[in-house]
Design a protein around this ligand. Sequence first.
Ligand code: C2O
Length: 570
Amino acid sequence: MARPWLLPFGLVVLLASVAQAAIVEHTFNVGNLSISQLCQTARIITAVNGQLPGPTIRAREGDTVVVHLVNHSPYNMTLHWHGVFQRGTPWADGPAMVTQCPVKPGANYTYRFNVKGQEGTLWWHAHISFLRATVYGALVIQPRSGANAYPFPSKPQREETIILGEWWNANVYDLERMAYLTGMPAAHADAYTINGKPGDFYNCSGANQTYKFQVHQNERILLRIINAALNTPMFFKVANHSFTVVGADAAYTTPYETDVVVIAPGQTVDALMVAGAAVGRYYVAASPYDSAIPRGPMISKTTGTAILEYVGSAGNQAPVLPPMPAYTDTHTAFRFFSNLTALILPGFPTVPLSVDHHMFVTIGLGVSDCQPDQFFCNKSTTVFSSSMNNASFVLPKSVSMLQAHYRNTPAGVYTRDFPDTPPVIFDYTADASDNATMQYTTKSTKVRTLKYNETMEMVLQNTRLIAKESHPMHLHGFNFFVLAQGFGNYDHATAVNKFNLVNPQERNTIAVPTGGWAVIRFVANNPGMWFMHCHFDAHMDLGLGMVFEVQDGPTAETSVPRPPADLPQC
Ligand code: C2O
């Protein structure tokens, strides 16, 4: 039986050809912004157009987006359109040294791409150093024919974008340099923020440091929630309200009822919320989920807040605070992450049922020899390092990987030997398995090459080397389907029975369960160089990444095009 909300959607698809694709054009001036936050009065941060968060890009499915990046900042810069497939425009993806050299201070670059076949909430951020801490914003894609075409059980009357972030009192560029030079992870954030503001529970919080939005009683609101934090998965609640999740990572989900949203860095969640509580004021709250075992000291156990204000409430009424899950609540995180399924709709892709290649990839922390330019480096010093299958990823320095791929001159830039399995099979997740030999990784720039249109199935297996942790693994250039996930060591014989091959959730970022595994599938229908990495910047920096090199297909449309004339050179 057709679900009733599918019918209007089908009609809308017929009408879609009438609505013209538009060009959505922005100029992003990246530069210094002086702001007051926590107890600092004139902190200089790097920001787009003097705003934190930066501007929201609003487009409709099929539109072309053009963003002129003008770099007035003192830092090298690139921008990434997180979750946009970039089909036919791999030069616009943005990760520094993967698809482009950085835009130098004083220089410009224009990003041009389309948002075909994608609807929902995505976002954009700097993809160099830790600069995305303050250089980020929302990218909202409505259906071609507008908000009436949402395939939701009930239509929202308004929308609100909620971007969760982290705030550092220190300069994040310097933090990243220090983390690299000392080989130690960077310190944790000083506050969690909602739409750039920390809220009422921090020192020096004042009227200006809390984000507020208003609703009418009984209004239906679509919350577009984005986790832009560098290193922290979040629990998200609104006091006395609950949600119907209808999308994640710009893919529609079967409506899922919950009073808590769990969202890892890089992920987005679209949730309907009815303003059905008494006229009043309510806290919107984001608190950390610390998945590391054993736990490090690397987390601020505070809560970032905004205020939801009903029209007609007294402005001085103290808001109600929701009870938040404990910061160690893996059960709540897993329940949320594993209960989402896709909403099957005509015109959207479904999970591929045959597979060309399988990979089994360990992800986690380890150690490596220090690099010659690091402090106190001598032969016997090891530093923290993270890896996939014990290959700890480093970015090339002289030319981007996509340029080397396009010219077919990988020598000295990358090698095509990323392994499909870990070097040794061991007990990945037991506490006793933190073994010194397996901790050791080597630095390299390895890719896994795929032919155009091949299907990859990948098991991501977390390890207990140093600590187990829920790593948010992000893939550029594609969505993948999440077939199954669980705790402990992956066992194919039992896991395969749990594969969802009917309506698995589609994502661009998966929070692999702590000390556990996830199975994903994607079709390599997009030629280019596509970064896969942990969306904790602290881990990506230490090497938790690799690149898929997808070869050209048979036609010009399925091949990497010539680079744009203004592509920055190193
Ligand atoms: Cu949002 Cu490579 O990242």
